[in-house]
Design a protein around this ligand. Structure first.
Ligand code: GFB
Length: 312
C-alpha cells in the first residue's frame, strides 16, 4: 500500500475496523474510504456493486461482520450465518469485479474444530466437528475464506485470509447480553465495585482457556500482511499463550480494583474447552505482538470509563 493508495476499510466503526483505521492513519495513508451502515448496507448486493464501481478502491480490509459472544451466537444463529454470508459474497465478489488489487479477509479462531489439538495449526481447518454454540458463525467464516481461496484459484484474485484469536480493546461491545467475555468482565467488576456488591457472577465453570489479542496488535498484523504476504494459506493471528477464564476474571478484578468474591454460573455454556492458535506461520514472516494482556486490559478499562460506554 502506498500512502496515496485508495484503501477501503469495511466495518470502520467496529472494534477491528476502528483499529485498522487508527493504524493506517498513523502510517500516513491519505485516502481511506469508509461508509457507515446507514450510507451503505453491505448485505445489499446492488448497493455494494455500485459503491465499488464508483469508488474503485485498490485495497480492501473486510472487517465488517456480525459478531458477538457465546450467548449472542447461540441465540441468533440465523442472523449470524445470513448477515456474514451476505457481506462476504457481496464484498469479495464486488472487489474482484471492480479490479481491487488486494483484499484482506478476517475470519475467527472458532472456524477450527472444537476438539482441535492445541495450539491450533492452520491445517486443522475442516478436520472435525465445530463448537455447537457458534457453528453458524463459523460456517459463514469458513465460506468466506473458501471464497477468497476459490477466487484466487479461478480468477487470480489476490485475497488473503487471517484468523484472529479472541480480540478485545477500545471500541469493544460492553453489552452483557451480546459481548465477549473480556468486556463483559470489565463491566461486571466495575458495576460491582461501584455498587459495593459482595460477589460477581462469571458464566460457565471458569476452566475454559482462551487466548486474547489486543485489537491494535491485530490491526498491525493485518496491515503487515497486506504489505508482505500473498499466499493462499490461512494465517493465524494470536499471541501464542492463553489463560483460563478464572485467571482472566482474577486479572480483570485486579485491574478494576474489585475485591469481592467471584462465583461461577455453570448453567451458562463453557463453549470450546480451549482455543489457542499456533502463530508460528505469522512469526516466521517477521511479525510480533506488542501489547501484554494486563496493559491491554488496563487501557481498555480506561477507554470504557472515558468513552461513555459505561452509560450505554
Ligand atoms: O468471549 P466468549 O463469549 O466467546 O466466552 P467464545 C468465552 C468464555 O468466557 C466462555 C465465559 O467459556 C464463557 O462462558 N464467560 C464467563 C463469559 N463470563 C462471561 C460473560 O459474562 N460473558 C461472556 N460472553 N462470556 C465466541 C464465539 O466464543 O468467541 C464467536 O461465540 C467468536 O463465534 C468469538 O469466535 C471470538 O470464545 O466462547
Amino acid at each position: 500500500m502506498l500512502r496515496s493508495s485508495r484503501i477501503y476499510v469495511a466495518g470502520h466503526s467496529g472494534l477491528v475496523g476502528g483499529a485498522i483505521m487508527r493504524r493506517l492513519q498513523r502510517k500516513g495513508h491519505e485516502t481511506l474510504i469508509t461508509r457507515s451502515h446507514a450510507e451503505l448496507d453491505l448485505t445489499n448486493q446492488d448497493a455494494v456493486n455500485q459503491f465499488f464501481d464508483e469508488q474503485r478502491p485498490e485495497y480492501v480490509f473486510l472487517a465488517a461482520a456480525k459478531v458477538g459472544g457465546i450467548l449472542a451466537n447461540s441465540t441468533y444463529p440465523a442472523d449470524f450465518i445470513r448477515e456474514n454470508l451476505q457481506i462476504e459474497v457481496n464484498v469479495i465478489d464486488a472487489a474482484h469485479r471492480s479490479g481491487v488489487r488486494k483484499l484482506v479477509f478476517l475470519g475467527s479462531s472458532c472456524i477450527y474444530p472444537k476438539m482441535s489439538p492445541q495450539p491450533i495449526k492452520e491445517e486443522y481447518l475442516l478436520t472435525g466437528p465445530l463448537e455447537p454454540t457458534n457453528e453458524a458463525y463459523a460456517i459463514a467464516k469458513i465460506a468466506g475464506l473458501t471464497m477468497v481461496k476459490a477466487y484466487r484459484e479461478q480468477y487470480g484474485f489476490n485475497g488473503i485470509s487471517l484468523m484472529p484469536t479472541n480480540l478485545y480493546g477500545p471500541g469493544d461491545n460492553f453489552n452483557l447480553e451480546t459481548s465477549h467475555v473480556l468486556p463483559a468482565l470489565i463491566r461486571k467488576f466495575d458495576d460491582a465495585k461501584r455498587a459495593g456488591a459482595p460477589n460477581v457472577t462469571v458464566w460457565g465453570s471458569g476452566t475454559p482457556r482462551r487466548e486474547f489479542l489486543h485489537v491494535d496488535d491485530l490491526a498491525d498484523a493485518a496491515a503487515f500482511l497486506m504489505d508482505k504476504y500473498d499466499g493462499e494459506d490461512l494465517v493465524n493471528v494470536g499471541v501464542g499463550h492463553d489463560v483460563s477464564i478464572a485467571d482472566l476474571a482474577a486479572l480483570v478484578a485486579q485491574v478494576v480494583g474489585y475485591e469481592g468474591e467471584i462465583v461461577y454460573d455453570t448453567s451458562k455454556p463453557d463453549g470450546t474447552p480451549q482455543k489457542l492458535l499456533d502463530n508460528s506461520r505469522l512469526l516466521s514472516l517477521g511479525w510480533r505482538p506488542k501489547v501484554p494482556l494486563k496493559d491491554g486490559i488496563t487501557k481498555t478499562y480506561r477507554w470504557y470509563l472515558e468513552s461513555g460506554s459505561r452509560q450505554r
